[in-house]
Ligand binder design. Structure first.
Ligand code: MG
Length: 251
């Protein structure tokens, strides 16, 4: 009796073990929840926050004094108004998908870093150029250091390829940003990561960010929470660059 019970028990365990390893039912690996929400795309995704679609810069502020953004809006685009300073979104974000279109003017002059320089700070952590800069620059036919050309994470990550278009042609960045996470004591829990497509071409593939962009020295992190997105009014004397069609989806 005891032996029969033991024998049966071994048989059941063996059967279940084989069954677990060799399921023949495709339904065992189907996940039916959660159901992804329906999102349609008509010019912008239906669930996007529009940061600029041609009307005004009401979603943006001058960083240094939080006054209204003073860049120039005309013909459904806006253009850096040199000397008025960096601008940033009124709203703060953590993880997001962002689309932005930008134009180096056809008559651009200058060379190296002084040729259509601007920047998109993936998170603005204060005044000036603080934060994590994705470089905007004319890199169509313009030599500079590789980790400072268009599509670089400035002085941290060289783009995989140069996907630049000619001055006078609109370009786009599509960005997936995963913000850094900090411990209560201010130390880094997990680094930020970024993926960037430039004109539809992958140029930054889930790159780990080393810290905030610095002009001199090594990048470093300092604790911050949800942050605005900032555009750079670079001090170089070349013709100002323009922007259009900016939207963001919080993740
Ligand atoms: Mg820049």
């Amino acid at each position: 009796m005891k032996r029969t019970f033991l024998f049966n028990a071994i048989l059941i365990v063996a059967f279940n073990s084989v069954n677990a390893q060799q399921s023949t039912n495709p339904k065992d690996t189907e996940a039916w929840s959660p159901v992804p929400k329906m999102v349609s795309f008509q010019n912008t995704p239906a669930d996007a926050i529009i940061l600029f679609n041609g009307g005004n810069l009401n979603q943006w502020l001058t960083v240094k004094d939080k006054s209204a953004a003073k860049w120039t809006v005309k013909d459904n685009i806006f253009t850096v108004n040199k000397g008025t300073g960096n601008i940033e979104t009124k709203q703060s974000f953590s993880n997001y998908q962002l689309h932005i279109e930008w134009l180096i003017p056809a008559n651009i002059t200058g060379s190296g870093q002084a040729r259509g320089n601007s920047g998109l700070f993936l998170a603005s952590t204060g005044v000036g150029d603080s934060g994590y800069e994705l470089q905007l620059l004319d890199s169509y036919n313009n030599s500079t250091y590789s980790n400072g050309q268009a599509g670089s994470i400035y002085k941290q990550a060289i783009p995989l390829v140069n996907a630049s278009k000619k001055p006078g042609e609109w370009q786009s960045y599509d960005i997936v940003w995963n913000a850094p996470v900090f411990n209560d004591n201010g130390s880094l829990k997990s680094a930020a990561r970024v993926t960037v497509l430039h004109n539809g071409i992958l140029i930054q593939n889930n790159v780990e960010i080393k810290g905030e962009t610095v002009y001199i020295g090594a990048p470093f992190y300092k604790k911050h929470g949800p942050s605005p997105i900032k555009l750079q009014d670079h001090g170089d004397p070349s013709e100002p660059i323009s922007f259009r069609n900016i939207w963001i989806r919080e993740l």
